[in-house]
Write a protein that binds this ligand. Structure first.
Ligand SMILES: Cc1cc2nc3c(=O)[nH]c(=O)nc-3n(C[C@H](O)[C@H](O)[C@H](O)COP(=O)(O)O)c2cc1C
Ligand code: SF4
Ligand code: SF4
Length: 262
């Protein structure tokens, strides 16, 4: 059996973080990438490798809720080199690495390196997807940065990422967490446009979408990844009024099928 030297756990709704995990897999020998959504369903997920990485999107200046949950649940055997990468849509500021380091510390593990990679913001309730030229420039910069990150991981470099306005970010992130129950109420489906293809149900990392009559009905367990909104091929799904007329997004090197959870 092939020896697994590096395991990268990823979480991705629109492909940015999956793209990053795959780029590192290409650049580093002996990398296995695993989906956090799949791994979190195991009774006792365990990581046994020389190097363990986590790649995830920034959600409200912090960790996505399921990534936080997974970090708590995962057992990391021995003392591997551990790194984390947050993909973000706006210039980086937040606290995901402070939180990840704290959870790892409780397990007597240490986060040795953390980086952010800016790609495209999929948070269209706030503002529309970036222009094509901006996407292209960021893709070029990200590719260059990932080469440096891969080489730093290869040499087990320690790398700290600054955490600006920690308290402000913590407050904002906590407020977001507190209103999780209300989030599902913002989703709506245009029945005239929905073709009952089922992709929204299949991408949902929480199994939060039911389709008794073909169209999606959101339950109360949404983590606001926005996977359903972006994957809908007919743009039938909206989040409040703000997303109407705004573009949908998926990383150009990731296929919809790669993001489905079921
Ligand atoms: C609920 C939510 C909150 C977000 N908050 C931030 C944020 O605080 N900072 C940021 O740079 N991007 C934020 N984004 C944008 C994503 O982090 C970014 O688009 C990421 O690369 C998406 O990764 P994915 O395609 O792997 O899901 C947010 C996205 C969502 C859905
Ligand atoms: S992805 Fe869109 S078209 Fe397909 S079932 Fe969901 S809402 Fe309908
Ligand atoms: S309902 Fe949509 S936004 Fe909420 S967790 Fe599922 S896919 Fe993500």
């Amino acid at each position: 059996m092939r020896e697994i030297r590096t395991v990268i756990y990823y979480y991705s709704a629109t492909g940015n973080s999956l793209y990053v995990a795959r780029e590192l897999q290409q650049a580093i020998n002996g990398v296995e990438i695993r989906s956090i959504v799949q791994a979190i369903q195991e009774d006792k997920p365990e990581a046994k490798a020389d190097c363990v990485g986590f790649v995830f999107p920034m959600h409200y200046f912090g960790l996505p809720l399921q990534v936080e949950e997974f970090l708590h649940k995962l057992t990391i055997l021995e003392s591997p080199y551990i790194f984390a990468i947050a993909t973000c849509g706006v210039p980086y500021w937040g606290r995901p690495f402070v939180d990840a380091a704290k959870i790892l510390q409780e397990k007597n593990q240490q986060l040795q390196a953390a980086w952010y990679v800016r790609l495209v913001s999929n948070y269209i309730p706030w503002r529309d997807i970036a222009a094509d030229w901006q996407i292209a420039v960021r893709a070029w910069l990200a590719e260059r940065k990932l080469k440096k990150i891969a080489s730093a991981i290869g040499t087990r470099e320690q790398h700290e990422t600054w955490q600006l306005l920690r308290k402000f970010c913590a407050g904002y992130h906590d407020k977001w967490k507190a209103r999780q129950q209300e989030i599902a109420e913002n989703f709506q489906c245009d029945k005239e446009v929905c073709t009952s293809c089922g992709l929204c149900e299949r991408i949902c990392p929480k199994g939060n979408i039911l389709r008794p009559q073909g169209q999606p009905i959101w339950q109360q367990d949404c983590v606001e990844c926005l996977g359903c909104l972006h994957i809908c091929p007919t743009e039938a799904i909206n989040y409040g009024e703000q997303t109407k007329g705004r573009k949908r997004y998926r990383h150009q090197l990731v296929k919809p099928a790669d993001l489905l959870q079921r």
